[in-house]
Design a protein around this ligand. Structure first.
Ligand code: HEC
Length: 142
């Protein structure tokens, strides 16, 4: 091998290694999420939802303790038949289900009356779920 070819190969191997490292770092980071960034994403929900101590139902139900909460479970909120049916079956908002729902609410759960296009960016959803996971059912911070 001549040396110019060797240099090119070395550069290629270095670039491939860096790319692999970057991908691993991104994958390692994604299940965690950043609650501070998630608080910012939650601004998109605040026209209709509240979270935290003293949170009240608005157009949508309050979202305290939503990660792990039973679907359609807020007392006094007038849910769609769809969410009432999920409640009757005992379905739960796990982080995975929330992620799928928030990507595109009405295609994931036809019949739901939440008028929201969805969060197509995975990082937005992961950060938002990290933020929402930080609240207990009574609205206090974990
Ligand atoms: C335009 C108003 C509106 C916006 C914006 C909105 N929602 Fe909703 N959301 C609703 C309504 C209304 C319901 C009740 C749906 C039903 O009964 O079918 C709901 C239901 C929900 C539920 C189910 C709650 C339960 O108790 O089962 C979750 C979770 C949820 N929204 C999360 C979010 C998040 C997170 C955002 C922001 C990314 C958001 N919503 C944006 C109106 C909205």
């Amino acid at each position: 091998m001549n040396s110019a070819w060797k240099d090119a190969m070395n550069r290629f191997i270095t670039a491939a290694a860096l790319l692999a490292l970057g991908t691993t770092a991104a994958l390692a980071q994604s299940p965690e999420g950043d609650p501070a960034k998630g608080a910012n994403v939650f601004k998109k929900c605040m026209a209709c939802h509240a979270v935290g101590e003293g949170a009240k139902n608005k157009v949508g139900p309050e979202l305290n303790g939503i990660v792990g909460r039973k679907m359609g479970a807020v007392e006094g909120f007038n849910y769609s038949d769809t969410l009432k049916e999920h409640n009757a079956k005992g379905d739960v908002w796990t982080a995975e289900v929330l992620d799928a729902y928030l990507t595109n609410p009405r295609s994931y759960m036809p019949g739901v009356k939440m008028v929201f296009a969805g969060l197509p960016k995975e990082s937005d959803r992961v950060n938002l779920i990290a933020y929402l996971s930080g609240f207990n059912e009574d609205g206090t911070k974990k």
